[in-house]
Design a protein around this ligand. Structure first.
Ligand code: TYD
Ligand code: MG
Length: 466
């Protein structure tokens, strides 16, 4: 008797597999995220690859640690500084990079610009598109003023066909390996070996796994574009994070002119590295000095607005935090935070109430990090506390002052990482005073043109600021 095809229910949010349908995923907590998927019992789907006429598998043997060639010198510049920066210093041949973000945020724009730069260096780039026709891509490229002579466009969604084309176009000779392979987007590509629909977790995982092998075998960088959607109907890039080497996310919203790209995972460099671009008529333009840009629209002398010196990866960044504290008309006062953790906000409010007698209970509190950035580093605490106090007291903080420091439960101000770097960034941007943890001020006494004030507690900090 023929065995019925195995059916599993897969959470489209996190990839959890269960035998029967569940309303809520026990792993990630998402509701209504399980979809029935059929999996073929394909033991060694990976090995099947070569057999079905895909690319050639390179023979591998154990290599002594000392004899393994270091990859770092092999990095290739993408020709776009900010993109190199998020990748940890350039493109690593053989790496699989996932670029995620909301639809319309600029993923295709960025990647065609990268393709064009690589093409300009004489490298061949294969651009597989399942979303747009060659003509649409060409039109975008022309609008961006790109030549992209060595970029080959392939409108195809079948994985096996794509892998065949890779061999057809570039040959099986590794010498002729392409400069990069781009897949836009991973959710449109499907393997005919798997029965579930394109975009389902099983499909995107299989497809990503095959591209991983392709990348490693040919030592070619592969960029996978992935849409992040709020609803669970399409498997998000989350399900792929463990497969790929590097994950880059477009942060923030489409409504801002700037675009922030963050490396949330990087096997080849520092995670959390940030790249900042501006979306213009000529595509994405790198922003060399993000602090300057983020502070551009800052209201000077307004209560509730404070500049904090934060770190994003290895880069210091000055950003404005705004707080609005107002009388509530509700039994349950509103507490909202954009770009900052709400639990952390509640904790800091409790510290203000208990340690410096600023009672925020019963008041609506809104907090916003300007520019759509997100911060989860502890050193942002003091800035948030200062902004809350400033709005509560209705007294502005001096516009030439920057703050940073972690706040503890007893109201103590604790040291932060990279204090020197933060302080120098504030100095470079013309700030005259820095209020920071007292334990961090060593070596900063003689910072030219800046008064460095070390504080030990929230109380001390507020005394200095108001
Ligand atoms: P796109 O790269 O197609 O987004 P994604 O691939 O992430 O879905 O970007 C589309 C948006 O970018 C679209 O709303 C128009 C805008 N855009 C510009 O503002 N300037 C440009 O030069 C280009 C090409 C796009
Ligand atoms: Mg696109």
């Amino acid at each position: 008797m023929a065995k019925a095809p195995a059916t599993v229910y897969v959470c489209q949010n996190c990839g959890k597999q269960v035998g029967k349908w569940l309303g809520k995923c026990p792993d990630c907590g998402e509701w209504q995220s399980f979809v029935e998927e059929r999996v073929r019992a394909s033991a060694g789907a990976a090995k099947g690859m070569a057999a079905r006429g895909g690319f050639h598998l390179r023979e591998v043997k154990p290599v002594a640690f000392g004899e393994v060639a270091s990859q770092d010198d092999a990095r290739v510049s993408s020709g776009i500084d900010e993109f190199d920066r998020v990748l940890g210093g350039g493109i690593v041949p053989g790496s699989l990079v996932l670029i995620g973000g909301e639809p319309g945020i600029g993923k295709s724009t960025l990647i065609i610009q990268v393709a064009d730069k690589l093409s300009g260096q004489g490298q061949r780039v294969l651009y597989v598109s399942g979303e747009e026709s060659e003509r649409q891509i060409k039109m975008r490229g022309e609008r961006l003023g790109l030549k992209a002579e060595n970029v080959f466009l392939l409108p195809e969604t079948n994985l096996e066909a794509i892998l065949n084309e890779v061999d057809n176009i570039f040959g099986t000779n590794e010498e002729a390996a392409p400069g990069a392979i781009i897949v836009d987007s991973i959710q449109t590509v499907f393997s005919s070996k798997i029965e579930s629909a394109p975009g389902s977790v099983s499909q995107v995982r299989e497809v990503a796994g095959q591209f991983l092998m392709l990348a490693k075998n040919r030592t070619v960088p592969v960029f996978l574009i992935g849409h992040v959607t709020k609803e669970g109907s399409i498997a998000g890039p989350k399900a792929l994070e463990h497969i790929v080497d590097t994950v880059l996310y477009f942060e923030g919203e489409r409504h801002h002119n700037h675009r922030v790209i963050r490396a949330t995972k990087n096997r080849f460099g520092a995670a959390n590295e940030l790249g900042v671009f501006e979306m213009t008529g000529a595509g994405l333009v790198p922003v060399a000095n993000p602090s300057e840009m983020f502070l551009q629209e800052r209201p000077q002398g307004a209560a509730g607005s404070v500049v904090m010196a934060c770190m994003e990866g290895t880069r210091p960044m000055l950003v404005e935090v705004q707080a609005l504290v107002s009388k509530s008309n509700y039994n349950y006062p509103l507490r909202t935070a954009q770009g900052f953790n709400t639990n952390r906000l509640s904790l800091l409010m409790a510290v203000l109430e208990k340690r410096v007698e600023i009672p925020l209970i019963g008041l609506d509190v809104f907090l916003n990090i300007a520019g759509g950035l997100e911060f989860d580093e502890p050193a942002a605490d003091l800035g948030v506390v200062a902004a809350l106090a400033s709005s509560y007291k209705n007294k502005p903080v001096d516009a030439q002052t920057a703050v940073f420091g972690e706040v503890g439960l007893t109201g103590e101000v604790r040291g932060a990482t990279q204090a020197q770097v933060r302080a120098r960034e504030a100095q470079a941007l013309g700030f005259k005073k820095i209020v920071m943890p007292a334990s961090n001020t060593a070596g900063l006494e003689r910072l030219l043109g800046v008064r460095v004030v070390g504080v030990r507690s929230v109380e001390e900090a507020l005394d200095v600021l108001f």
